[in-house]
Design a protein around this ligand. Sequence first.
Ligand code: TYF
Ligand code: FE
Length: 406
Amino acid sequence: TAQPTDVLTESLTADERLADLSADQLRQLVGLVDYDAAGDVFPVTGWDAVHWVVGNATQTAKHYQAAFGMRLEAYAGPETGQREHVSYVLRSGSCRFVVSGGVAPTSPLLEHHRRHGDGVSDISLEVPDVDACIRHARSVGAVVLTEPHDLGDEHGTVRTATIAAYGDTVHTLVDRSRYTGPYLPGYVARTSTYRPREGSPRRIFQALDHVVGNVELGQMDQWVRFYNEVMGFTNMAEFIGDDIATDYSALMSKVVANGNHRVKFPLNEPAVASRRSQIDEFLEFYDGPGAQHLALATNDILTAVDQMRAEGVEFLDTPGTYYTDPRLRARIGNVRVPIEELQSRGILVDRDEDGYLLQIFTKPLGDRPTVFFELIERHGSLGFGKGNFKALFEAIEREQERRGNL
Ligand code: TYF
Ligand code: FE
């Protein structure tokens, strides 16, 4: 029987409850919009988890706790009957990572890692009706990798199915509305033994904002169509077309999103430019299409950057001229902190008709020049920092040149 407090929590979305934010705060944090859910062929209510395959999940899980302020919540491995690999479930706000690595030499995860290095294998999404989504996806030609099925234990049942996306990346659809366990059947609850340093913030980020995919030359439009037709996602206004591509970006980009923009997928392809695109470099070292960056939404990017830097995370440099450029000063107007606070940390700022955003990008996290992170603090802007593309792509190319890949 529902207690009064349960009634209260039930009126919140999973995001609001997990991120401990009001509806308004969440709306601002990740740039939600109103939409009419009637007629949605593939209703998506949020992100379920980002699954990583890495070379050393045990250490990577510690890094996400120490440097990203994530909390360990669940675990599966040989001790719990999962013999081939270990998986750590980490969470910050409503953003969940599942970090896995091979244990048995026969683990198929080791093959994924040999080919791609550390990377994202599955961007799993929360849907209220797995079967309806799969019926629709199949009817428009999507590749169904795992049919809808139930996973159960003493905590209830999770319904799930998996469809193929770009490269080896997949989308597992998850309905956990009838489940109360720590993550999925097969996992046991496990908490962090890592203790944040005295005075460090409770949480560095509250939610996942967007996940960007890099695809092969000439394939961007076909993946945009995939998200349009299979998932009913619509195209957002922000894109990098031919014009910008050849001038400085060396890439083309379009953005698709679900109805309320909770899930946003920018998709990049390399442009035919005078130099080797950062997307070509990714495709070579990831050995195919894959997730390029994850944007983490924070309500305090200054503390987030300070905390992450102190724990060894490296960010792209922004030249001083970015901040002294009078056009930037004129364009951005007033933001919540003095510009010097942004400059000392290398944080970028962009403004559009809806408001502004603050953002910063890490260098690639692993050994290969592939996946990296963005921190984003939105104040009304629903965009991706279009005004920063030039400065950002120049910074990425400086790194690319240092690696000898430009
Ligand atoms: O997600 C975005 O669109 C921004 C900008 O290779 C961006 O974060 C776009 C492409 C890219 C790196 C960043
Ligand atoms: Fe981004």
